[in-house]
Design a protein around this ligand. Structure first.
Ligand code: ATP
Ligand code: MG
Length: 434
């Protein structure tokens, strides 16, 4: 427990209010994982919490949550902020997502009972130890994600819990309890009541986890069409086996996940209401996989012009890293073909070496583009629209075509990126009057 958590619990208890750390941080603490955030649960009401601490933020005061910032001397490992929530019972749920009202309770056990899964329904106190009325520790040992109470009832209250359950099983490499699995199968449609933003957060946490292959459960339970309408097509086209080996970056993992549905990638990411960068980047990265291998530095520069330097480098670096994974299928059609033909004859090792030398050569080409500052975007071209205007070309479609030709010239011959040279080139090609 970080110092700050103990400080908060002691301060609350000195004022006469019972308090514990609770939820995910207790689960992760037992598992020896680094918690994402630290939550404290207490019998104190929000106004009482605010009276005890000098620095607080009203995060969700209507649900009893106050963020407490501990003084600098209590900060350990950089952990300064804690969510402190009053013991609470959720009222009735009529929209499958939000309780109609919440009410405070004096009972820790009632607060634990409103939580989603047994492994998330434990509290811990430095002197009183672990409070675990729903046998979360047992499920941690058995590696099972099990709902607190009847899974179906709990999912009917809040449909997001179905996605959370699958996500936890991917993060922790646990299995989903059978009752929970069946609960999802029968209540899958109710995911329609959950906002796409929240769905996207859960999907991302799953794809970013150590076992993104568990995404398979979204398909087998039937949840997929309620994630986005085209989601089922991802499975029809095949879920890439490489996901667990890819760097944990949104663009990379979403792009890889969607590599077999490049034409749907943008729509799926847009339907998930992701940020613009993830939509553009993810769908571009997905498209990059269906491109043929580049066979010359010129072709590589063209590819960089289209996808951007960072993305192309990420792509090759990832391929290189993956070539070192024994079980990894290979990426590009070229590598897969090479590998397929050799797999039967047991020559995989030499094939991997060949693939590796191809990828390494491309990486050298990329380094050269960088070190020689080659022009790989129109904005780096030493000839502009303005220059063309002064040469008598009027703005319009033709000007665009001329600029593209000059750009392509420079992609072929990087040294030609000089205004005079480009003008003579265009004149010699008859595209500009001398
Ligand atoms: P993470 O690693 O994503 O932070 P977490 O288990 O800590 O996982 P949080 O969303 O931070 O999840 O929530 C903290 C705790 O609040 C959970 O452990 C759980 O006890 C409870 N909780 C969160 N969301 C729900 C929900 N939708 N239904 C019931 N209880 C929930
Ligand atoms: Mg948490």
């Amino acid at each position: 427990m970080p110092k700050g958590a103990e400080f908060i619990i002691r301060s609350l208890e000195n004022a006469g209010f019972e308090a514990y750390i609770v939820g995910g941080c207790v689960r992760d603490g037992i598992l020896g994982r680094d918690p994402e955030d630290w939550d404290i649960t207490t019998i104190a009401k929000p106004d009482e919490i605010k009276r005890i601490f000098s620095h607080t933020v009203d995060t969700g005061i209507e649900h009893g949550t106050v963020t407490v910032l501990v003084p600098p001397e209590e900060v350990e490992r950089g952990i300064r902020s804690f969510e402190v929530t009053t013991y609470r019972i959720d009222g009735e749920y009529t929209d499958h997502r939000h309780p109609n009202a919440v009410s405070f309770t004096g009972s820790l056990e009632e607060d634990l009972a409103r939580r989603d899964f047994t492994i998330n329904a434990m509290a811990y106190h430095m002197e009183r130890g672990i409070i675990d009325p729903f046998h979360g520790q047992e499920d941690l040992e058995k590696k099972i994600v099990r709902a607190v109470g009847k899974a179906k009832d709990r999912f009917a209250e809040d449909a997001l819990r179905m996605m959370r359950g699958i996500r936890f099983s991917a993060q922790l490499d646990f299995s989903l309890d059978e009752e929970a699995y069946l609960g999802i199968e029968s209540l899958k449609e109710s995911l329609e009541n959950v906002s796409k933003e929240r769905i996207a957060v859960e999907l991302w946490k799953l794809l970013a986890s150590a076992h993104p292959d568990k995404v398979e459960m979204f398909f087998s339970t039937g949840l997929a069409p309620y994630i986005t309408e085209d989601f089922p097509k991802i499975q029809e086209s095949g879920i890439p086996k490489l996901l667990p080996f890819a760097p944990v970056e949104k663009i990379v993992r979403f792009g890889l996940f969607l590599r077999n549905v490049p034409d749907l990638a943008r729509k799926i990411l847009r339907d998930l209401k992701l940020d613009r960068e993830s939509i553009e980047g993810g769908s571009h990265f997905a498209a990059l996989f269906s491109e043929e291998e580049v066979e010359s530095p010129y072709a590589l520069r063209k590819r960089i012009a289209r996808y951007g330097l960072k993305m192309v480098r990420d792509f090759y670096e990832m391929r290189l890293a993956l070539l070192h994974q024994d079980e990894a299928e290979l990426y590009s059609p070229l590598e897969s073909d090479l590998l397929e033909s050799k797999r039967r004859t047991g020559e995989i090792i030499t094939t991997k070496k060949q693939a590796e030398s191809i990828v390494k050569e491309r990486l050298l080409w990329i380094t050269k583009v960088e070190s020689e500052k080659n022009c790989v975007s129109l904005s780096e071209l030493m000839l502009s629209g303005k220059d063309l205007i002064s040469l008598g070309v009027s703005p319009g479609k033709r000007m665009g075509e001329i600029l593209q030709l000059a750009f392509d010239r420079v992609l072929q011959e990087p040294k030609e990126n000089e205004k005079e040279k480009l003008i003579s080139y265009l004149q010699e090609s008859g595209l500009l009057d001398s």
